[in-house]
Structure formats: structure tokens, C-alpha cells
Design a binder for this molecule. Sequence first.
Ligand SMILES: [Ca+2]
Ligand SMILES: [Ca+2]
Length: 217
Amino acid sequence: MEIVEQNNMSQPDLPGSKDRKLGIIIVVIVVVVLALGGVAWWWSSKPGGQKLPSEVINNQVPVVDEDEGKDKVVGKLFLEPGSVEVKKGENLTVAIYFSTGGSDLAAVSAAVTYDPKKLQLVGETDYTKASMSIGMPEEKKSGWLIMTRGQMGDGDWQDSDDGFNGDRGLMAKITFKTLESGETTIGFDTNESKLILDDAKGTAIKTELETGTYIIK
Ligand SMILES: [Ca+2]
Ligand SMILES: [Ca+2]
């Protein structure tokens, strides 16, 4: 490219040279289109070859399926502490963490479930050290709290430089007042808790949900 430009600098364009360049470009485009058309025709004429992967048309080199491996990613939602003893009437604060299973996540919904006879949410959810910067409205009902947060990604769930990627992402801290003596659990709802990949498709990964067990004395 440099040589061509230098030549153009030192020699004024010959009449018609721009037209010639344009002609070359058009010829190249026509050749490429014909070649791709040929590939497409050859592919579709093969027995059982009706579907032409777009990768072949665009690059002529099949690329790795970007969805491959997503089903093998396993994330986790867990609580800290996972078990503790608390005196009745005292507060119990638990932190909700998530592990991304090595992939970039763009959003996390943690639907915490608890026994409202034994535990009562007090105060506001503490998002001050949350690992994801974008907050979304909570949903609360008796025995339930759904928290959702997001982090800007780029649609590439494997590049590890955006979204959130890590074993110990903090969703939030929540505080309960303990109401009744006995053992109680805090867990996560299977359907509402979701770890969403940074794949621009909203794919939820497999997620282990750990339940915490708490003794109220
Ligand atoms: Ca990414
Ligand atoms: Ca990136």
C-alpha cells in the first residue's frame, strides 16, 4: 500500500487511472461474489447440504461455534455465612455471593427465599460493595426477595475483560431480624435465580444454589 501511495505522490495520476482502479475494485467484487455464489451453489447442491453456514459465506473458513461450551459453564449462588448461631431477637446479616464459572456474566438475579415466621427483613438491601454496578428494582414479598444487578459486557462471554467474571461476586448484603427459636434456612428460588451470560442473547447458565442453615437460640 505504501509503495502505491508514494507512486501516486510522485507521479500525477494518468488520465483514466482512477477509473481503472474503480474497474479493478468492481472486478474483484464480482469475482468474490461469483466465487461465494459458487461455494453456495456447490454446498446447497450436495445431498443433505441445504443449509449453508454463514461462516462459509462470510469468511470461507468455518469459525468456532460461539455457543459451544455454554452448557458446560456452571455458576453458583451462595451465602456467607452459610451457617451461624444467632440469639433470638438479634439481627442476622448475610452476604449473597455468586461465582460465574469462569465466564463473563452481564446480569445476575438472586431470588432469596426464607421463612417469614422465623426471619424478618429489616432495613434496606446493602449494595454498597456490589460487584455489578447497574442496579435494578427489587421485588419483595413475604418470604421472598429478588435482587437483580447488571454489568456492561460486549457480547463475548469468554474474553474476561468486561461484564463480571469471578468466583466471588458480591450481589448484596441483607439483614434479618430473628423472630423465633429453632433452625431455619435461607435459600434461592430455582426458577427466579439466574446467572446471565455476556453473550448478547440473555443465556442463563447452569447454577448451583447453596442453602444456608441458621440456628436461632
Ligand atoms: Ca465479555
Ligand atoms: Ca471485551
